[in-house]
Design a protein around this ligand. Structure first.
Ligand code: AMP
Length: 419
């Protein structure tokens, strides 16, 4: 038997309803906050990710699904959505006439990481981006939206970590100070960090290897190096978060794995996820639109790990598992034929209806109705057929009422609305 690829997974009925519920909540919130959906391709030219995410990042160095297609083009399954959204924003001139655009994407991403709990090779993200707004209020709004979604999904223990990565004016000074420290502790760093320390030193800061954390316990904080503008923005972000009642942790080690970030950066972590503690992350990337060939416009955004979110929501199955509103139990061939007609017509009227299409006894049909958690059962047998009156049983109160065939559609519809 051919099994699915390692690190990939199926989302089956039972779980998929939870995914749909999360997606509905996210879409609803996005609409409330003025975001519009864009659907972008799953595959792009490799160059797009190399140029945006950065050649010296883990993603580009070792995690992308890249191949040469039959026409000889280098293509890559998208490892994240921001690069493609920026490409679409530029390519379709979405900045004209109004550069301010709030866009979102929900879909699968691909990274060839070592599979483990909370880390898959095909995983899903909910991405939101705000283009054209320079104010840190946009960052605050994104964080607020993110926390609101988690709250609606009853996630507990979410912690907001924030940091600033500075800009092209102030980051080099910090980089130099950090590199000085890295040079002195070089032999204590893990293999990956030893390699990163020259090319992408900021990444060493968020290495999880204990020896590296220990070696960097006295690392300088980038916040001490911020230039006037970055400082002002960072203060403004914090003031906005405080006014929204959001408590946050200033995390000097928060750097994130992609090169394009500038200024505000944030992550939502929860203890529920074990080692993979980040459920969402994001930040500002003011230079990326220009770097990819567009106008000089700022942008900020976040990505939520959908798979991780689904693991930590506090919802109960009853909050999202659909149950039939009506189960039709029919005895005998003629009753079944009529019941089938009702089943299809009630479905067309927008009710959730199910019935047994094969020849089963009443007991077995009632068992199915129970197993499915049907709210009501509509019963019809020879006697009912003769009298032209079916019986509708409320499965909770056990109350049964006669329903004449002539008014069956309206009666069932009216009684179902009450559930
Ligand atoms: P990133 O695009 O790396 O900033 O990641 C944003 C979020 O996506 C993370 O906080 C995770 O929740 C999620 N994520 C990233 N990589 C994976 C993965 N391999 N498997 C599952 N979720 C992931």
């Amino acid at each position: 038997m051919i099994q699915l690829i390692r690190g990939f997974k199926d989302i089956l009925p039972g779980e998929v309803e939870l995914w749909q519920k999360i997606e509905r909540e996210a879409r609803g919130l996005f609409e409330n906050f003025g975001f519009r959906e864009v659907r972008i391709p799953i595959m792009e030219k490799t160059e797009l990710f190399k140029r945006s995410i950065g050649e010296d990042t883990d993603i580009v160095e070792k995690e992308m699904y890249t191949f040469t297609d039959r026409g000889g083009d280098q293509v890559t399954l998208r490892p994240e959505a921001t690069a493609s959204i920026v490409r679409a924003y530029i390519q379709h001139k979405l900045y004209s006439p109004d550069p301010v655009q709030r866009l979102y994407v929900i879909g699968p991403m691909f990274r060839r990481e070592r599979p483990q709990k909370g880390r898959y090779r095909q995983f899903y993200q909910i991405d939101a981006e705000i283009f054209g707004v320079r104010s840190p209020l946009a960052d605050a709004q994104l964080i607020y939206l993110l926390l609101l979604l988690l709250e609606r999904l009853k996630v507990v223990g979410a912690q907001t970590h924030i940091n600033s990565l500075g800009c092209q004016a102030c980051r080099p000074d910090f980089r130099a100070a950090l590199q000085k420290l890295l040079a002195s502790v070089g032999d204590r760093l893990c293999e990956d960090c030893a390699r990163r320390k020259d090319r992408n030193p900021l990444r060493v800061l968020d290495c999880k290897v204990p020896a590296c954390r220990e070696a960097l316990s006295d690392a300088p904080s980038i916040v001490d190096y911020l230039c006037g503008d970055c400082r002002k923005d960072f203060d403004e972000l914090q003031a906005a978060l405080t006014s929204l009642g959001i408590t946050y942790i200033l995390d000097k080690r928060l750097v994130r794995g992609l090169d394009y970030y500038t200024r505000a950066t944030f992550e939502i972590q929860t203890g529920e996820l074990g080692a993979q503690s980040a459920v969402a992350g994001g930040g500002r990337y003011d230079k990326l639109v220009k770097e990819l060939g567009g106008p000089d416009l700022p942008a900020t955004g976040f990505a939520i790990g959908f798979d991780r979110l689904a693991e930590i929501v506090g919802l109960q199955a009853g909050d999202y598992q659909p149950r039939p509103e009506v189960f039709i139990a029919a005895l005998g061939e003629r009753s079944r034929a009529l019941a089938f007609e009702w089943c299809c017509r009630l479905g067309r009227e927008g009710l959730r209806v199910e019935m047994e299409l094969g020849d089963k006894g009443l007991k077995s049909q009632m068992k199915s109705a129970d197993r499915l958690g049907a709210a009501q059962v509509l019963m019809i047998g020879d006697k009912e057929l003769e009298e032209k009156v079916a019986i509708l049983r409320n499965m909770q109160t056990k109350e049964q009422i006669p329903v004449p065939f002539g008014t069956l559609m309206e009666t069932v519809r009216r009684l179902t609305k009450g559930h």
